[in-house]
Write a protein that binds this ligand. Structure first.
Ligand code: TNX
Length: 540
């Protein structure tokens, strides 16, 4: 688990195995249209190659240049004036659908056009895949940097193509998280949902600045106390829990890193359940109506296992709960440039048992009210589908359970994110021999074909493409410790998932995907990403 398990490795001269014009192009996710010009020479990057672009597209060009400089050792200057030569990559503005692009690679140059920098970024990810796998290498490689001759036009099926990473149960350092984000971006994932608070840990710094009058809570305790707790059960070879937290500066730097790759970070504070880390850190939350039922306001014990799911909750009748929620969400909104805050809402079992579903709905409704008052929209798990306040811009994330509530959310204007457990959950074991992972959502074989071979528009009657904003694959981390294990669970399943979110249903075929996936292994290896050596894949 600790090192890449793929049999494929980068050869000294991977250019020898570069794609030729007559082998099918191994592009993932599969573009809408690919025209290979047989018997024509493609584009060749040479020591004198430049990227010619305009100011608006310069950041995208610089990011591509960084990748190319590292692996080729060429200078690859980015210029914003003059005409592109046959050895250059030209990135310019032109008509294209949202997030879409066209890309031509020929002996007269590589030419990208897109209506937005985001579309151009997507094109650069495709261009990387047209070049030899060694383009992912962190150090320079000598090879022939040629592409096939090809014309591609492309655009996604869904605007929202996400992966969730649970850093609450097991922490990932900023560097670990960025490494995974970088790899996800190459497959056109454009949302990363960070589950930053749960029973077992609190991972985002909240300061005392801007507290409401009369608020006695010391917010620094969230991380000084619950940043030091984590899941300890279930680790591979009993590996200890991974604790830690992001300072607000860490978080900003993760957001910027993701943003430059056109990935929006969506932070989640799970409410009103899955809140033991907050109850453990903040005495004021432990009122008689909370899961702790403590009138002495003593903090709860830390949670480091999963034996008890849905037991913890905030007191809906205590003013301290809403003060706390408003302060935390206000700070989170201030450091989150994206339009979405995720407020959880899943598995509030003991809350619902004590107060009933109506009280759950009104409580979550007031949380949504706070989110909206901050100028953001809310995401929540499907349990929040019937809360008041839910409106257009909000999204309910379907994972399991009652599907009959989803049409209520969409009738109120919300959209659905499909995360059906059996074909989306990246924390499931691949098979019974997988040393880490859970089995509740998917048992038996839970390999990339299962994550590829479904249509999210066919899961719930009445919830089709028009009601769905996209798809998200959650990587829960009760059993996961650190980047390498996380990537072992994420790849290659999230890549299958990424194509499911990007490529039109009519153009998807699991056999065809599997043959193109073979080229992905060497790229992941070259990039230093870990992945599962699936028996369903043959790596090039
Ligand atoms: C259910 S999915 C949960 C998480 C667990 C996950 C484990 C969801 C909304 N809640 O709290 O980590 O199962 O697979």
């Amino acid at each position: 688990l600790g090192t890449p398990v793929a049999s494929a490795a980068i050869a000294d001269d991977p250019g020898a195995e570069a794609q030729t014009a007559d082998s099918p192009l191994a592009l993932v996710p599969k573009p809408s249209s690919v025209e290979v010009k047989q018997n024509s020479r493609g584009y060749t990057l040479s020591p004198g190659s430049r990227i010619v672009t305009s100011n608006a597209y310069r950041p995208v060009a610089e990011l591509l240049a960084q990748t190319l400089r590292r692996s080729t050792g060429y200078r690859v200057p980015v210029v914003t004036s003059g005409r592109a030569r046959a050895s250059d990559i030209a990135i310019s503005r032109g008509d294209a659908p949202s997030e879409g692009y066209s890309l031509t690679a020929s002996s007269s140059g590589a030419k990208i056009t897109a209506a937005t920098p985001e579309g151009a970024f997507n094109a650069t990810q495709t261009l990387r895949q047209l070049l030899p796998a060694a383009v992912e290498s962190p150090t320079s490689v000598r090879t022939q940097w040629s592409t096939p001759a090809v014309t591609i036009s492309d655009a996604p099926r869904f605007a929202y193509r996400g992966v969730m990473i649970d850093v609450a149960r097991s922490f990932q350092t900023p560097a670990e998280l960025k490494n995974t984000i970088n790899t996800l971006a190459a497959y056109k994932i454009n949302r990363v949902h960070l589950h930053v608070a749960d029973d077992q840990g609190w991972r985002i710094q909240i300061t005392n600045s801007g507290k409401a009058a009369g608020d006695t809570i010391d917010y620094s305790r969230l991380t000084s106390v619950s940043g030091k707790t984590a899941m300890t059960e279930g680790g591979y070879q009993n590996e200890a829990g991974h604790t830690g937290f992001y300072t607000q500066d860490d978080y900003r730097s993760i957001v910027r890193y993701a943003q430059s790759r056109f990935i929006q970070i969506i932070p989640e504070i799970d409410l009103p359940g899955h809140t033991n880390a907050a109850l453990h850190a903040i005495p004021e939350l432990n009122t008689a109506g909370s899961s702790h039922t403590s009138t002495a306001q003593e903090p709860t014990a830390p949670a480091n296992g999963t034996g008890n799911v849905g037991y913890s909750y905030l007191d809906p009748d205590s003013a301290a709960s809403m003060t706390f929620i408003r302060h935390v969400l206000t700070q989170l909104a201030a450091i989150t440039p994206g339009n979405l805050l995720h407020v959880g809402g899943d598995e509030s079992h003991d809350f619902v048992a004590r107060y009933g579903k109506d009280r759950f709905n009104t409580f979550v409704g007031s949380v949504l009210g706070v989110v909206h008052s901050l100028g953001k929209s809310a995401d929540g798990w499907n349990e929040i589908s019937r809360t008041p306040e839910i409106t257009s811009g909000d999204q309910v994330q379907y994972w399991a359970g009652d599907t009959s509530t989803l049409p209520d959310a969409t009738a109120a204007g919300a959209k659905v994110i499909m995360s059906r457990g059996s074909s989306s959950y990246l924390d499931m074991k691949y098979n019974s021999k997988t040393p880490i992972g859970l089995t509740w959502a998917c048992s038996g074989i839970c390999d990339f074909p299962q994550y590829y071979n479904w249509d999210p528009a066919k899961v719930v009657n009445g919830i089709g493409d028009a009601e769905i904003s996209g798809v998200e694959a959650p990587m829960w981390s009760e059993t996961v410790r650190g980047q390498s294990q996380a990537q072992f669970m994420i790849f290659p399943r999230a890549i299958a998932f990424a194509e499911m979110g990007w490529t039109a249903q009519s153009q998807r075929d699991v056999g065809d995907f599997t043959s193109r996936l073979s080229a992905v292994g060497p790229r992941l290896t070259a990039a230093g990403a870990n992945f599962y050596d699936s028996p369903y894949a043959t790596w090039q």
